[in-house]
Design a protein around this ligand. Structure first.
Ligand code: PSV
Ligand code: MN
Ligand code: MN
Length: 424
């Protein structure tokens, strides 16, 4: 389904008076509006190919209909999101769920929608048909060198797909670990993993980044070999300059201070990227900002502070990605909500009075420091985000337009009601 630009213009025109009123009121109270707007226009978040269909849980899956049935249709869906909000200009593929048949055709289709290929993801957490060895007891940590080699070869294969598509990073998430005490030797599992990753690392082009993703538990429930940011950072440091830690917001033990983790990883120059989502319990993969919006803001607050301190480019120096799953909502509506929540948290962190905050911290003025942060968090910046999206060529309210245009109904017409998107 193609979304013609005139439909966006018509929508924005109808909303203009109300939007302008809100925007001007907000802009009047801010000192750096144009700077913030430009940063919001530049900011892009990659959409994971696996989040475009209904995920389901291990208890069941309820199809929403009209889901993408091929890589081409996944690209089409991300293209649709991007034309609505102009903030999701990249797609992140998961191999082998998304094997491109014809690189040139896939690349030109993506280019037609203004999309690039973000990090490619390897998959050694499932056994595929025709696979020689099983990953039941792990992949890169495995006691059997042949299994480790299979995992290494797969990752090198993924890098090759990525190179052909113009991607410049590899995300490695391993399900490796153990479910019972005594099942494995922690040290040997870690060393096997390091050696395997070293071989993959050596196969990466010089301009590539490796994102080492950690996760506290699940599918293993006693130990995970890359279970926290310490283990990931240890690996990234041993691997070299091209290796970084990737933070998935749902991969921590309850109450972890993620913003502090982010701050220290940035300080070490080892923060590579993000998988945004939200959770009440663990890896719930819910819509970003739906459960803990203040935490999302505090994370962005550290990101902006730390990136500015290191002179980093907000838009290009970190891998911004969403990692979500949908059981109840229309996946495209959910993704539009996630992007919106991320942009809001980013905008709020851009209006924090940093000079005043540094002064309050220096003077141990705790109440003042808290007030400064909460003042930004409690500012309704939605009109600022809308203005940036309109300036970039998108709609002032992407979700409202999506519904108005009956996008899902059209996709169901085109693709059918009983569709199963490939992936989890
Ligand atoms: C694992 O829970 C994870 O967060 C990793 O990023 C995977 O690649 C992704 O989910 C998709 O299942
Ligand atoms: Mn993830
Ligand atoms: Mn996850």
């Amino acid at each position: 389904m193609q979304l013609e630009k005139y439909k966006i213009d018509e929508f924005n025109y109808a909303q203009q008076a109300a939007h302008t009123r809100k925007f001007e009121f907000l802009a009047e109270g801010l000192s750096n509006v144009e700077d913030v707007l430009q940063k919001l226009v530049d900011f892009q978040i990659a959409i994971p190919s696996w989040a475009l269909g209904t995920g389901g849980t291990r208890f069941g899956r309820f199809s929403g209909g009209g889901e993408p049935r091929s890589l081409e249709e996944k690209i089409e869906d991300v293209g649709l999101l991007h034309s609505l909000n102009r903030s999701c200009g990249a797609i992140s593929l998961h191999i082998p769920w998304d094997i491109p048949q014809d690189y040139q055709a896939t690349k030109s289709l993506a280019a037609q929608y203004g999309l690039t290929f973000d990090a490619v993801n390897s998959n050694t957490f499932q056994d595929q048909a025709n696979q020689q060895k099983s990953y039941k007891f792990g992949s890169m940590q495995h006691t059997d060198k042949a299994v480790r080699q299979q995992a290494i070869d797969h990752n090198i294969e993924v890098i090759k797909h990525g190179i052909a598509l113009g991607s410049e990073s590899l995300t490695v998430w391993l399900a490796d670990g153990s479910s019972f005490p005594g099942q494995l030797n922690f040290r040997k599992a870690f060393q096997n993993t390091l050696e395997s990753l070293q071989e993959v690392y050596a196969a990466m082009p010089d301009n590539w980044k490796m994102y080492v993703e950690y996760k506290a538990f699940e599918p293993n429930f006693y130990s995970t070999t890359i279970g926290d940011w310490g283990q990931s950072l240890l690996l990234a440091n041993k691997l070299g300059d091209k290796a970084y830690t990737l933070v998935d917001l749902g991969h921590h033990l309850p109450n972890a201070n993620i913003e502090q983790i982010v701050s220290l990883l940035l300080m070490e120059g080892k923060l590579g990227g993000f998988h945004f989502n939200d959770s009440k319990y663990s890896d719930d993969d819910l819509t970003a900002g739906s459960i803990k919006p203040y935490q999302l803001f505090l994370i962005f607050n550290e990101l902006v502070e730390g990136m500015d301190a290191r002179g980093m480019n907000h838009a290009t120096d970190l891998g911004w990605m969403i990692d979500a799953s949908h059981n109840l909502k229309d996946p495209l509506e959910d993704l539009l909500q996630s992007v919106q929540a991320i942009m809001i948290a980013y905008a709020q962190s851009l209006i924090v009075d940093r000079t005043a905050l540094a002064e309050a911290q220096q003077n141990n003025d705790v109440a003042r420091a808290q007030e400064i942060l909460q003042d930004a968090f409690r500012t309704d910046v939605r009109a600022l985000v809308a203005e940036a999206q309109v300036r970039a060529g998108g709609a002032s309210n992407a979700l409202q337009l999506y519904r108005q245009l009956k996008v899902r109904e059209n996709l169901i017409q085109e693709r059918g009601l009983k569709t199963v998107s490939s992936g989890l």
